[in-house]
Design a protein around this ligand. Structure first.
Ligand code: 5RP
Length: 219
């Protein structure tokens, strides 16, 4: 079974959390795309969606699924999204696709966050995947210098602009022993919009596709 088939397996399993008549928060990336495609089969049972990126909004609309502005809906019962890494506490690294800020907003506005992934994403300690940080353009050098002081090695994601018109700095070499503390620390640097640690608001359930079927953590 390929990694992509495992992602699809996890995405299909997330369908059972979708409640009739509800608004569903939708993540970004290849695993979230599998979920969108699966959701299309039951689109008449839901009220609509809130998307965490322009790319996901386009895919949802192509399936004829309604996409609402977050400001026009209240709290969302369910958010489904992938991740680049998860630890056993369901604290995540996200943002490989550069949609971390909107993903974090939709996750924060959602009562339940189901993370879907292939089982290679489960790690003992976060940080092997470079941590994405969205920054305001004028602050990129300043933020990079602050990251070096914290022990990280920053690299600007070349040729990439987020849906919010900002830049991404990918950071390697940070020791992520206390994810909530580092998440706060990075967010406190002037010019940082948000960082890809999802530890203050971790996932509630992690569905991992694997050779042996879907494994569930949390919930
Ligand atoms: C996008 C994300 C994605 O959830 C993350 O990069 C995982 O992507 P994929 O499902 O393609 O493996 O955070 O910003």
């Amino acid at each position: 079974m390929t990694r992509d088939e495992q992602k699809k397996q996890a995405a299909e399993a997330a369908l059972e959390y979708v409640e009739a008549g509800a608004i569903v928060g939708i993540g970004t990336g290849s695993t979230a795309n599998h979920f969108i495609d699966a959701l299309a089969r039951i689109k008449n049972r839901i009220d609509g969606t809130v998307a965490s990126s322009e790319a996901s909004a386009l895919r949802l609309k192509a399936h004829g699924i309604s996409v609402f502005d977050l400001n026009s809906v209240g709290d969302i019962p369910l958010y489904v999204d992938g991740a680049d890494e998860s630890n056993q506490h369901l604290q995540l690294v996200k943002g490989g696709g550069g949609a971390l800020t909107r993903e974090k907003i939709v996750a924060a506005a959602s009562r339940k966050f189901i993370c879907i992934a292939d089982d290679s994403k489960l790690v003992d300690v976060l940080g092997a995947f470079a941590l994405p940080i969205e920054v305001i353009s004028m602050a990129r050098s300043y933020v990079a210098r602050q990251i070096v002081k914290l022990g990280g090695t920053p690299a600007l994601r070349e040729g990439f602009v987020t849906d919010n018109g900002n830049l991404i700095i990918d950071v390697r070499g940070l020791s992520i022993v206390n994810p909530p503390e580092l998440e706060r620390q990075l967010n406190n640097i002037a010019g940082v919009v948000t960082n890809g640690l999802f530890a203050l608001r971790p996932a509630d359930v992690l569905l991992l596709g694997s050779e042996k079927g879907v494994r569930k953590l949390g919930g």
